[in-house]
Design a protein around this ligand. Structure first.
Ligand SMILES: O=P(O)(O)OC[C@H]1O[C@H](O[C@H]2O[C@H](CO)[C@@H](O)[C@H](O)[C@H]2O)[C@H](O)[C@@H](O)[C@@H]1O
Length: 285
């Protein structure tokens, strides 16, 4: 397949598989799905999760790219409605067909209908939440913790603790045991330990979305451990003949960065990549 000419801002992936994924996306954009994580990928990491917002270049870049590809999905650990709000995704020209898969794919919001589909609250969550204060107290109640109640899940943040890394390490085992006792899953992330339902992850969500849209190429960008399942899904899709490009936003999580085809410094450069993709597709079609 002939490679379309690329303008200089479009970086070249480090791997042959990534280059094939990029070339396929550029050659047949109308068959491609773009999947994007929110925090750390579209939105810079900040101390207060309620004050996270999309990078100023992210939504304009997405709005340029979305009409040129088959579909764009934001796949996030956030509740979908929270990501829509923080991202400013609703009523955005160009994003009329955006899908936001929240709670690692358990929940779905579609811009086209404005409808939000939320599953039943998982059994065990209320009991785990009630037990949390005792678990934190037994672990010495590290000062400066903040618990985010997400409805279908809850997350203990250590970013604003006196010793963020130390508190994370101290709490990981006890919170894993709490999740286990209640049939739930512990999802570790960037200075956050989240207790959420089992049975769904970003990989399952991405595979379903690619199947639903009958896509023949995929780009996925993420920054954290919760994105590893989506990376594994792209590997599986490649094995089934669907080329893919794995992008990592920043290198704070080596488990992810080491598996990426392309590492960019952060959300500003993810936005620049999306804009460069849109520009290249427009120039070469
Ligand atoms: O799947 P994502 O979209 O990446 O969401 C993962 C978690 O992101 C949020 O926490 C992270 O971002 C915060 C704001 O920048 C930061 O303060 C925190 O340290 C990060 O872990 C969010 O608060 C969680 O609910 C998401 O699960």
């Amino acid at each position: 397949m002939a490679s379309p000419a690329r303008p200089s801002p479009l970086p070249l992936p480090d791997t042959a598989a990534g280059r094939e994924g990029l070339e396929t996306l550029l050659a047949r954009p109308a068959e491609a799905v773009v999947g994007l994580d929110f925090d750390g990928t579209l939105a810079p990491i900040v101390a207060d999760p309620d004050r996270a917002g999309a990078h100023p270049d992210a939504v304009p870049a997405l709005a340029q790219l979305a009409p040129l590809v088959r579909s764009v999905a934001v796949i996030t650990g956030r509740p979908a409605e929270k990501a829509v709000l923080l991202g400013g995704f609703a009523d955005e020209p160009g994003l009329g067909h955006l899908t936001v898969l929240g709670h690692y794919g358990a929940q779905r919001w579609d811009a086209a209908t404005g409808q939000l589909h939320t599953p039943e609250t998982p059994p065990g969550l209320a009991a785990a939440r009630a037990e949390l204060p005792a678990v934190l107290a037994d672990a010495g109640d590290p000062p400066g913790l903040w618990t985010e109640d997400k409805g279908q899940a809850f997350a203990v943040h250590t970013r604003r603790a006196e010793d963020p890394e130390g508190a994370f390490a101290t709490l990981r085992g006890p919170l894993a045991a709490l999740a286990e006792r209640h049939g739930l899953h512990l999802e570790p992330g960037r200075l956050v330990l989240e207790i959420r339902p089992r049975g769904i992850d970003k990989g399952v969500a991405l595979i379903h979305y690619v199947q639903e849209t009958d896509a023949r190429a995929v780009l996925y960008a993420g920054d954290d451990l919760g994105d590893l399942a989506a990376y594994e899904a792209v590997d599986r899709l490649r094995g089934e003949g669907v080329p893919g490009l794995l992008v990592c936003s920043g290198d704070e999580v080596p488990e992810l960065a080491s598996r990426a085809d392309l590492v960019v410094p952060g959300p500003g450069q993810v936005a620049a990549l999306l804009a460069a993709l849109a520009e290249t597709i427009r120039r070469t079609r």
